[in-house]
Design a protein around this ligand. Structure first.
Ligand SMILES: *[C@@H]1O[C@H](CO)[C@@H](O)[C@H](O)[C@H]1NC(C)=O
Ligand SMILES: *[C@@H]1O[C@H](CO)[C@@H](O)[C@H](O)[C@H]1NC(C)=O
Ligand SMILES: *[C@@H]1O[C@H](CO)[C@@H](O)[C@H](O)[C@H]1NC(C)=O
Ligand SMILES: *[C@@H]1O[C@H](CO)[C@@H](O)[C@H](O)[C@H]1NC(C)=O
Length: 527
């Protein structure tokens, strides 16, 4: 166990070039390891150019806002409504035991709390609509349940396995993932346990950190089909059965300077107020890396030139230059400058969707093929404006002309998108989504999870104490201070089949309506 833990710690932090903190401090003082930071950025380009596509065209320039502040100050200086509604108690990170690897987690954060220390009364707050998809994602196992054999069949497609036994989390690594996706995903789950200790049932999950979903439905159909292996992943599409889970970026993406969601959401709110909507450039804006897929190359061809103007203003994200200049031109909060913003997928879903939607500028959303945990509940014509993927230029031109003529309606769409992000997707809801998804998954298990022999115990100390640089800063910024007194929101029941059909039909109808308007408009131009 001890060697495994040592290996894990080395593994997680090796090659980061970042300063280690094994010094046994009990309060943490963030230090920016500039050199390490630069190195991770360089690493990022190399990988980006070999073609990952969950590229974020966004980066945040405010490198470290909490420099020099002690952990205690970080933990107690929060007045935002998000946190105040959450009052609980603070359990500090105790790094003094990390030197003794044999007992790091066993004496740290409590796995359970004595009954009676939390109100168990039912909450009356309904979870947002997108929680309903939890039931849909787990539907393939509703009748059969989930056996250990099914879980283990997902192993070859997994980066790691996580097992919760009696409130303690055990981790078994199978393969490395891109950048720190796995690190911040694990960190996120640990924070969920800090928020709701002792309230999650035992689980046993396999996790894949790549771009594209992998469990193809067609491999598990027909009379003699075996049950699909349950696999957690960040996105899905209509042909796959991956169970969708919030991506790592909610806890930060240090390689490209993307802060954890709570401080970033605040920045975005402020940035959004800088230029009033009707004072913004009356065009559609996009900035990103078009190399990653054909659809994006198509999009860039709709850019303005001296021969054409489809109302698009599109820019290539030059990571090399950006990093040299300290990400100055990539601050997410500075990008609410145009009245419309385009969202287009890369090789799979893109984490940028939540940032684009947060600007009050209607999102012109090129028909997506992938979904993540919240996007299936976004409605065309309400939260965003649909753009045809096989006729992008014309579709964008129409959207912008229409919006500039119907400003109130356009702004209403922009606001609905931003409100969705600020309210329904706030961090409390992200945690509650994870809570309900894992709880519902656990209910399907037909066996009692046990600790895999090769697994090591994980806790926030194991990950955060030895971390350095921006990784550590983001971990501290996204650390849950302690258990909340709040109960998770109430999970809505599954869609009944007619309701699901009606919902999908409504989405399709609004899209068709926009397409009809678009056709009439282009006919008018021709005549
Ligand atoms: C941290 O853990 C050590 C070892 O268990 C303990 O002696 C110390 O009191 C703890 N510190 C805090 C602040 O809880
Ligand atoms: C580490 O933990 C073990 C087991 O509890 C204990 O016997 C040992 O004395 C500890 N070592 C140090 C250096 O604290
Ligand atoms: C399913 O299994 C049965 C019994 O083993 C066999 O007769 C049948 O051909 C199989 N069907 C398919 C589609 O493989
Ligand atoms: C799009 O056009 C603008 C304005 O001419 C230009 O600055 C920008 O570099 C162009 N973008 C691309 C991707 O060519």
């Amino acid at each position: 166990m001890k060697e495994n833990l040592q290996r894990l710690v080395n593994d997680l932090w090796k090659g980061s070039g970042l300063q280690r903190h094994f010094s046994g401090e009990t309060t943490y003082r963030p230090q920016l390891a500039e050199k390490g930071h630069a190195r991770t950025i360089v690493l990022f380009f190399i990988v980006v150019f070999i073609g990952t596509c969950v590229s974020v065209r966004w980066i945040d320039t405010s490198i470290i806002s909490s420099g020099g502040v002690s952990l205690k100050a970080l933990l107690t200086s929060s007045n935002s409504p998000e946190e105040s509604e959450d009052e609980g108690f603070v359990i500090p990170l105790n790094c003094s035991q990390v030197n003794n690897l044999s007992q790091v987690c066993s004496t740290s954060f409590p796995a359970t709390f004595p009954s009676g220390s939390f109100p168990t009364g039912a909450t009356t707050k309904q979870c947002p609509h997108y929680f309903r998809w939890i039931h849909e994602d787990l539907r393939p196992w509703k009748e059969s349940g989930i056996t250990r054999e099914m879980v283990e069949r997902a192993r070859t497609k997994s980066n790691f396995r996580l097992v919760l036994v009696d409130g303690r989390l055990y981790y078994e690594k199978y393969s490395s993932s891109f950048q720190t996706r796995d690190v911040f995903t694990l960190w996120g789950i640990l924070q969920l346990l800090r928020r709701y200790p002792g309230r999650l049932p035992d689980f046993d999950i396999m996790f894949n950190c790549n771009d594209r979903p992998v469990i193809r439905s067609r491999d598990y159909e027909g009379p003699n089909a075996t049950a699909p292996p349950p696999l957690f992943h960040y996105c899905g599409d209509d042909w796959t059965l991956d169970i969708v889970f919030p991506d790592w970026s909610f806890w930060g993406w240090p390689e490209i300077n993307i802060k954890p969601w709570i401080p970033l959401l605040k920045d975005l709110k402020e940035g959004n107020q800088r230029i009033k909507w009707d004072k913004r450039e009356p065009y559609a804006y996009w900035k990103g890396n078009p190399k990653v897929c054909k659809a994006r190359q198509d999009l860039v061809r709709c850019n303005v030139t001296d021969k054409q103007d489809w109302n698009g203003r599109f820019y290539v994200q030059n990571w090399v230059r950006e990093s040299r200049q300290g990400f100055k031109k990539s601050n997410l909060a500075d990008q609410c400058t145009h009245r419309y913003k385009v969202y287009i997928e890369g090789a799979a879903w893109s984490v940028s969707e939540k940032y684009i939607l947060a600007c009050d500028s209607p999102t012109l959303l090129v028909t997506p093929h992938f979904y993540d945990f919240f996007t299936r509940s976004l409605l065309p014509g309400h939260h965003y404006w649909p753009i045809k993927d096989n006729d992008k230029c014309r579709s964008i031109k129409f959207a912008v002309d229409w919006g500039n003529k119907h400003k109130n309606q356009a702004l209403a769409i922009g606001k609905a998108g931003s409100n969705f992000i600020q309210e329904e997707l706030k961090m409390n809801n992200v945690y509650d989504y994870m809570f309900h998804l894992l709880s519902e998954y656990s209910k399907l298990l037909r066996y009692k999870p046990t600790i895999p022999p090769q697994a090591v115990e994980l806790c926030s100390e194991v990950m955060a104490c030895p971390a350095g640089g921006l990784k550590k800063v983001y971990m501290m910024e996204s650390m849950v201070k302690g258990p909340t007194y709040r109960s998770p929101c109430m999970l809505p029941p599954p869609f009944d089949p007619p309701a699901l059909e009606a919902f999908l039909k409504e989405k399709e109808n609004s899209k068709t309506q926009v397409e009809k308007m678009e056709r009439q408009f282009s006919d008018k131009i021709k005549n």
